[in-house]
Ligand binder design. Structure first.
Ligand SMILES: [Zn+2]
Length: 623
């Protein structure tokens, strides 16, 4: 933007108006500095189900919205990881607790069971490009640079082989699904404020460029496909997609052509099996859900009950975390466990109802935390896995009400405490690929990430946390938010300063431990002496209770909060005590009144504080 021209204003009212104008245009300028790349990706593939191979073409329009001139490009070639001796294989073997699905899967894999993705030709604006396949990354030298604000057209042809299913993608998964086609095509690496993210695939996380996908798949007519995106030709494929009130126009012959369009996504998945049962249900919010599963007498009841659970989950999610923005979502049996993709998930399907609903809730929640709020999962795995764990636990507690809604995250706390005790903890800033154990990665991303949110509710109040999540969604949807972007929203919503929380919870492995050293009663009231035994300062919720005086809820804000929570569904304070300056080790509090009977004092009755020693959080003053 151009600077406003400074000029003298004599009228004080005008001066105020001018300052206000200058401030608001500064804010607008800070927002307009954000940029992200954009693609249009058209692909067409011929799929050979006899040899599990495919040949394809890709036409990519790359819009360089960055302020930088691009001279190189990188693509992911994920399937090349599924080979003996791949970088993924090597790293899994080095981890003390490497995923057994990989170690066992790649051991002794035969050449025709490996995954492959190779580039045959690549041009930019019609000119042939120099490129090198470096295992799972394609390195490309551009014939001419792409200046800021310009776009370029890339035409590519490629060949692929679907690996024997080991992890996430592949053929013939453990439950007999023929093709789980995730991470199957040459996918442009994302370029953002931190530059290129050309991470080799060692099995962890993903990151992609926002764009519109248009995908045509030619495949044997026996297969039913589930995929990201909207099917464009339902009457000419049938397989449960057709409108029964219209005539089918399925062509004669062995091959069918499936045409999908997925607007504004950052990946594209599909799966295929000749034996899928395909059902549909339009939910109350208008979203059409597609279900694809291999029906057995053991799983059919659970799958038949699933749509009703999706419907009630969706109602809660839409109002709590933001409205689902696409018209369609597909729950597809495939893969191993559960994995999220745009407008779809691949999950294993031979489960009881509770397990099926549980995995659905988790993967569906990823539509918010990763598929719409497109964080860089590799850099901030806790922002997608942790936020998803938090939200899906909240969803599950609505679907299967437990007695105490506050303790639904207890599993995450226990996982985190176990991580602390193990001595294997690494900071949440660790790039997902570089965690030194699955144990450390899993507990950090899922559990410590979940606690980041639940504990933020302790600091700013549950209501402010809920508003923060909605504001985060509306501000950052279809973008690439970072931890700072999230914490700025929480600060704006709560009116508190929260940089210290982000700094210590995310960037360090410091731990929280507060204690009640002693307490007594006198003519003045109840005296409580608190101390900070840990290395991570936090505000303190304190309940002081006796039979005759009832409960008094106090909150002791930290000075660096520059504020305090006012309302909190789980602990609204009756009294805001004076600040605890964070560097002080101890704090003395006097609650005036006449206290004669037994008094019980409790730090953090709602148990959202990740206090690693809760033994010293209670104190009884006996009569
Ligand atoms: Zn997840």
């Amino acid at each position: 933007m151009t600077h406003p021209i400074l000029h003298k204003v004599s009228d004080p009212l005008k001066q105020i108006a001018f300052i206000f104008f200058a401030l608001s245009s500064l804010t607008a300028s800070a927002q307009s500095m954000y940029w992200q790349q954009r693609i249009t990706c058209e692909m067409e593939i011929d799929f050979d189900h006899i040899h599990h191979q495919y040949v394809g073409s890709q036409r990519l329009i790359y819009q360089n919205n960055s302020p930088d001139t691009l001279r190189r490009m990188f693509y992911h070639l994920y399937p090349n990881a599924f080979q003996k001796g791949s970088e993924m294989d090597a790293w899994r073997m080095r981890l003390p607790d490497g995923d057994s699905r990989i170690a066992n899967g790649l051991y002794g894999i035969k050449p025709d069971e490996e995954g492959h993705l190779h580039i045959r030709t690549l041009t930019m604006n019609g000119e042939a490009l120099q490129f090198v396949e470096n295992r799972t990354i394609l390195e490309v030298w551009l014939a001419s640079p792409i200046p800021p604000g310009q776009s370029a057209l890339f035409d590519m042809t490629f060949v692929g082989q679907v690996p024997k299913q080991t992890r996430r993608s592949g053929r013939f998964n453990a439950e007999g699904v023929d093709y789980s086609m995730s991470q199957w095509f040459p996918k442009i690496c994302n370029y953002d404020q931190k530059g290129w993210h050309a991470d080799p695939y060692i099995l962890r996380e993903f990151y992609g460029t926002w764009g519109d996908y248009d995908v045509i798949i030619h495949i044997d007519s026996s297969f039913t496909l589930g995929a990201s995106g909207y099917l464009q030709n339902p009457q000419s494929v049938g397989h449960g997609y057709e409108d029964p009130s219209l005539p089918l126009t399925v062509p004669e012959g062995k091959q069918l052509t499936w045409h999908f369009i997925a607007p504004n996504v950052h990946d594209f998945v599909w799966a295929a099996d000749p034996d899928y049962t395909h059902t549909r249900k339009v939910m109350q919010d208008g979203t059409e859900f597609h279900f694809f599963y291999l029906k057995t007498k053991d799983n059919e009841k659970a799958w038949a009950s699933l749509p009703a659970y999706v419907d009630s989950a969706l109602q809660f999610i839409n109002v709590t975390y933001g409205q689902y923005p696409y018209r369609q979502y597909s729950i597809i049996q495939g893969g191993d466990g559960g994995m999220e993709y745009p407008m779809a998930t691949l999950i294993t399907g031979n489960r009881g109802l509770r397990s099926l609903v549980g995995v659905m809730a988790h993967e569906l929640m990823h539509s918010w935390y990763q598929m719409i709020l497109g964080t860089n999962e590799s850099l901030y795995p806790w922002m997608d896995e942790g936020f998803t764990t938090y939200a899906s636990s909240e969803v599950k507690s609505r679907l299967f009400p437990s007695n105490d809604p506050l303790f639904i995250h207890n599993g995450s706390y226990q996982g985190y405490f176990g991580l602390v005790r193990s001595g294997l903890e690494e900071p949440l800033t660790t790039h997902a690929d570089f965690y030194l154990s699955e144990f450390s990665y899993g507990n950090s991303a899922y559990n410590k990430g979940c606690i980041f949110l639940h504990q933020l509710g302790y600091i700013i109040g549950k209501e402010a946390l809920d508003r923060t999540l909605l504001q985060y969604y509306s501000t950052w949807q279809f973008k690439h938010p970072t931890p700072d972007d999230f914490i700025r929203i929480a600060e704006n919503v709560s009116g508190q300063e929260l940089d210290w929380y982000n700094e210590l919870w995310v960037n360090t492995t410091r731990t929280i431990d507060y204690a009640i050293d002693t307490a007594w009663t006198s003519k003045e009231g109840v005296h409580v002496l608190l101390s900070q035994k840990g290395t991570f300062p936090m505000p303190i919720d304190l309940a002081i209770q006796s039979a005759e005086n009832g409960v008094t809820r106090l909150t002791i804000p930290l000075d660096i909060q520059r504020g305090e929570k006012v309302i909190d569904r789980y602990f609204t304070p009756d009294i805001v005590a004076p600040d605890w300056p964070w560097a002080f080790e101890t704090y003395e509090l006097i609650l005036p009144g006449k206290w004669t009977k037994n008094v019980e004092i409790t730090i953090d009755p709602s148990q959202r504080l990740a206090d690693i020693d809760r033994q010293n959080n209670r104190y009884f003053i006996e009569e």
